[in-house]
Design a protein around this ligand. Structure first.
Ligand code: NAD
Ligand code: UGA
Length: 464
């Protein structure tokens, strides 16, 4: 298709976990639009142009291949991209601030603001700027001020379109989302811009799933959605600690409460803790917002979700140490999984990182295996590289180990030959199932001492 025939020209700034897949989906579903994705990271852009994409996401390569070179382009040419686009999605990272006011809680908006200033300086025509990144409430208003303070007479309309995809299921989530949220100012130009964005998604998503709201509701809903999801995990994890003491089974409890349609059965899997780049960051962002508005009780309510998560990670390491006769020093401990969840190579805020650090402090010999995340694990643990072993093969990881700990719920770990693993391990052999994905009774019968989460421990001798 020649350039003139494209009915919309869309640019996305940021080719990461969100920008790459969301734009690939738009381009695949809407051949009538030209979609360009730009990033400052040259290596990442180069990788998007090959079959070795910079992120692992099931089904992503097929979607990219449908559109790449046809109406989907990856580039580092930001200025050119800005000039030609009618609509600019901004999907850059918004990590927690590590310095100054709000350090440790508020969002670091430097990357976002830089984009706004780059857009303002390169633009030669009016544009719609879409917040795709997760941002503190009222960022849109600040950005609008920066953008519209230009001496070219240009008008920029800001739309908030927060992303709800989850990693590992991004393609499914983008193709068939529960909802897409599009917020704008409720002025004439705001509503017109909102409709332009609705029109994009209406190419493949039923209209009744395209929800519209004002700007602040859209920004806030994103923080609240992640906080509610994390809250459910912290709630069930808190109950897992209780279950272990009163001989209840957290899976049975989750099943029993989840059958109540008012509660629902999703996000009730007890675990070593939630990870990922966003839950903690977004809750802390909400906490900071409440604190700055003087809503201290509200802030501390939400902060407790993060504290419960830290408690759960800590509890898991304590269980390992106590079970191994109160010392893990010089013991080989195999961690099965390093990604923050299955089906992704992403290790950001993975509980595995914290667990590894704690075990290293106790001078354990940690060996890490993961089918997709070993490169990221090595990068995250760069300071420890000589002391930690990284191996592809879980059997090799378990060889001569005192304990195996399941950290990530990869399907692969459900079907391993645990008789073989047991034979290779030091005795007594321990297995800690931080995701409750294994057949605990069977493992016990093989000879393992089994420590599921939130269930009675299955051990061959009296616990010390
Ligand atoms: P990411 O780190 O994977 O990607 C961000 C990209 O932006 C990086 O490649 C970086 O190089 C690029 N970038 C930064 N500044 C730039 C600039 N000035 N110009 C061009 N490129 C620039 O981050 P992500 O996981 O894709 O998250 C992006 C946003 O989406 C965050 O606000 C996050 O909270 C939100 N979000 C993430 C997910 C997720 O599953 N990861 C889901 C929903 C929402
Ligand atoms: C989450 C949300 O689910 C997305 O809607 C949101 O867009 C995204 O954050 C974001 O804003 O970044 P994601 O972090 O990719 O997505 O993955 P989840 O499936 O939500 O899992 C998060 C963490 O919770 C993982 O560590 C997972 O293992 C853990 N988890 C999840 C549990 O421990 N128990 C559960 O029952 C569910």
């Amino acid at each position: 298709m020649s350039e003139e025939k494209f009915t919309k020209k869309i640019l996305c700034i940021g080719a990461g976990y969100v920008g790459g897949p969301t734009m690939a989906m738009i381009a695949a579903k809407c051949p009538q639009y030209k979609v360009t994705v730009v990033d400052i990271d040259e290596k990442k852009i180069a990788a998007w142009q090959t079959d070795e994409l910079p992120i692992y996401e099931p089904g992503l390569l097929d979607v990219v291949k449908q559109a790449r070179g046809r109406n989907l382009f990856f580039t580092t040419e930001l200025e050119k991209g800005i000039k030609e686009a009618d609509i600019i999605f901004v999907s850059v990272n918004t990590p927690t601030k590590t310095f100054g006011e709000g350090a440790g809680k508020s969002a670091d908006l430097q990357y976002w603001e830089k984009c706004a200033r780059d857009i303002r300086s390169a633009a030669e025509s009016d544009k719609i700027v879409v917040e795709k990144s997760t941002l503190p409430v009222k960022t849109a208003i600040a950005m609008e001020r920066i953008l519209n303070e230009n001496d070219k007479g240009l008008h920029f309309e800001i739309v908030s379109n927060p992303e709800f995809l989850a990693e590992g299921s991004a393609i499914r989530d983008l193709e068939n989302p529960d909802r897409v949220l599009i917020g704008s100012k409720e002025t004439e130009s705001g509503l017109k811009a909102r409709e332009e964005i609705v029109e994009i998604f209406a190419n493949w998503i039923p209209r009744d799933r395209l929800i519209t709201s004002n700007l602040m509701s859209a920004e806030l809903s994103k923080l609240v959605a992640n906080s509610f999801l994390a809250q459910r995990i912290s709630s069930i994890n808190s109950i897992s600690a209780l279950c272990e003491i009163v001989d209840a089974d957290v899976t049975e409890v989750a099943n029993a409460i989840g059958k109540d349609s008012r509660i629902g059965n999703k996000f009730l899997n007890a675990s070593v803790g939630f990870g990922g780049s966003c839950f903690k960051k977004d809750i802390l962002n909400l906490v900071y917002l409440c604190e700055t508005l003087g809503l201290y009780e509200v802030a501390s309510y939400w902060e407790s979700i993060v504290k419960m998560n830290e408690y759960q990670e800590n509890r898991f390491v304590k269980t390992i140490t106590q079970a191994l006769f109160n010392t893990v020093t010089n013991k080989r401990i195999a961690l099965f999984g390093f990604a923050f969840k299955a089906n992704t190579s992403d290790t950001r805020e993975s509980p595995a990182f914290y667990i590894t650090k704690k075990l290293m402090e106790e001078r354990a010999k940690v060996v890490i295996t993961d089918p997709k995340a070993l490169a990221n694990a090595k990068r995250d643990l760069a300071g420890y590289n000589d002391a930690i072993e990284y191996v592809e093969d879980p059997y090799e990881a378990a060889d001569k180990s005192h304990a195996v700990a399941i950290i990530t719920e990869w399907d692969l770990y459900k079907t391993l030959d645990y008789e073989r693993i047991y034979k290779q391990m030091e005795k007594p052999a321990f297995i800690f199932d931080g995701r409750n994905i294994l057949d605990h009774q069977k493992l016990f019968e093989i000879g393992f001492n089994v420590y599921p989460l939130g269930k009675p421990h299955l051990i061959h001798f009296k616990e010390v």
